[in-house]
Write a protein that binds this ligand. Structure first.
Ligand code: ADP
Length: 437
């Protein structure tokens, strides 16, 4: 394209981030990853591996180990062995390790960001500017708490071996949220990343090796749900920290009941995004872009239910439709896209099926006129209007870029509609009103 033509359209050209360093990392491991147990890379007892796919291209990135019961036993035993020394080394020493982890992630932040985008399909702008900086802050922040534990948190005692099971929507960020506070307080870890996004956890394992974290303090085992279930059931695990679907959360709740294991669960949502007639609608539209199209809508606290006052509903829908038209979708490594790929084929099917159900149940579907690229697992930004509060798409979490809109007349009705869900999590209210409602 000539510069003169670019000036006429003012459209963005492709701006791909280089994947060279990330490819080098994968090649250094011969595209085949073992388990990180007791500070060493060990082949899985099952001898089984599964593929990790780049959802923007459907290309295979690497083979990942499937950990079985013998591997889970090894990892938990390593964490248990490491526990007394890690607890006794004291807050100051642990702070130094956490600080070193933060520093090394910071040093390799571009590699982490690219690898995350390759593996998950989320835009590089988000991994580079949001996910990885937050991960780094977490390790620095908890380095501070490790140091302060002996003076500020005198009553705190480590729980022991913690099994951590995380999902695929913010892979490294979830790892940081779980690992940083737990090791700061003197616990040791067995972490299982989600099967579709294990790569940044494995790079993190390499960082643990590089900084000389004592063996067994952090163990990373990969695999599917069965690996997670085996970890949950292990008798020497003192706590399970889980983030993922409500369905699996319930299974874990049942599996741990009566065992004395501590448990933290972070599950689904269907959060309301409430817009009153006096709101600044252009700000609202940008709020909606962040609420439901950020990370392809694969966010537990996504603002997936738009509740809008009837008097401005049509006006707002029109603005949203116009904005949808200008969103850009494409390869996660392109710096000038807004929306990346859906994490994998099965999740794409879940979204497609639920959208079809929305149409079948009588809601009005709105999608942009442009088509998604064919080479990856892409789904366009989507909005449903004319949705009844009891419709499946108004009640079930879709976990994709699908906004479900309903209107209300009075404040009371807005609150009723907002609460008409089994979920909690988030809510946002858009109004210029300064008095309480
Ligand atoms: P999502 O909708 O985020 O994929 P899942 O709950 O299926 O949610 O997955 C979140 C994590 O839980 C993943 O690491 C997955 O492998 C793990 N997992 C799935 N089934 C089980 C189970 N029965 N017990 C323990 N962990 C599980």
């Amino acid at each position: 394209m000539k510069i003169k033509e670019i000036y006429e359209t003012m459209s963005y050209g492709p701006a791909p981030e280089s994947a060279e360093e990330a490819i080098q990392f994968l090649d250094n491991h011969k595209r085949k990853f073992n388990l990180f147990i007791n500070g060493k890379w060990v082949a899985p007892s099952s001898k089984e591996y599964f593929d990790s796919i780049n959802p923007s291209t459907k290309e295979k990135l690497a083979q990942i180990s499937e950990a079985n019961e013998a591997d889970v036993n090894k990892a938990v035993a390593a964490a248990k062995r490491a526990l007394p020394e890690w607890a006794n080394v004291g807050g100051h020493q642990r702070a130094r390790y956490l600080y070193a982890l933060a520093r090394q992630i910071q040093k390799h932040s571009r590699l982490f960001a690219v690898l995350e985008s390759l593996d998950n399909g989320k835009p590089i702008r988000e991994t580079r500017d949001i996910d990885i900086p937050i991960v780094i802050r977490h390790f620095y922040h908890h380095a501070g708490w490790a140091q302060l534990r002996d003076t500020e948190l005198k009553d705190y005692k480590e729980l022991g071996v913690i099994g951590q099971i995380i999902p695929w929507n913010f892979p490294l960020m979830m790892l940081a949220w779980k690992i940083a506070p737990a090791i700061a307080m003197g616990n040791t870890i067995v972490l299982k990343p989600a099967e579709s996004t294990s790569l940044t956890a494995l790079l993190f394992a390499e960082i643990c090796e590089q900084i000389g974290l004592p063996n067994g303090v952090v163990n990373i085992i990969t695999g599917h749900g069965k690996t997670g279930a085996t970890l949950v059931e292990h008798k020497d695990v003192n706590k399970i920290a889980f983030t993922g679907s409500t369905e699996v959360g319930k299974i874990i709740r049942r599996a741990t009941a009566g065992t004395g294991k501590k448990l933290s669960l972070e599950l689904g949502g269907k959060s309301p995004f409430i817009v009153f007639e006096d709101a600044d609608l252009d700000s609202v539209v940008e709020g909606i872009v962040d609420a439901i199209w950020f990370n392809q809508g694969q966010v537990c606290c996504a603002g997936s239910r738009l509740l809008v006052q009837e008097s401005i509903a049509e006006k707002l829908y029109k603005k949203i439709r116009t904005r949808m038209e200008s969103l850009r979708i494409g390869n996660a490594l392109d710096k000038s896209i807004d929306i990346g790929a859906i994490v994998d084929k099965s999740q794409l099917k879940v979204i497609t099926d639920l959208v079809q159900l929305g149409v079948d149940e009588g809601s009005t579907l709105c999608q942009p006129s442009w088509a998604c690229p064919k080479e990856g697992y892409f789904y366009p930004p989507t909005m449903f209007t004319d949705v009844s509060p009891s419709a499946t798409i108004a009640q079930e979490e879709i976990f994709g870029p699908v906004l479900v809109a309903m209107s209300f007349r009075t404040h009371k009705e807005a609150v009723k509609l907002a609460n008409n869900t089994r979920y909690g999590l988030a809510c946002s209210v858009w109004t210029e009103l300064r008095t309480s409602i």
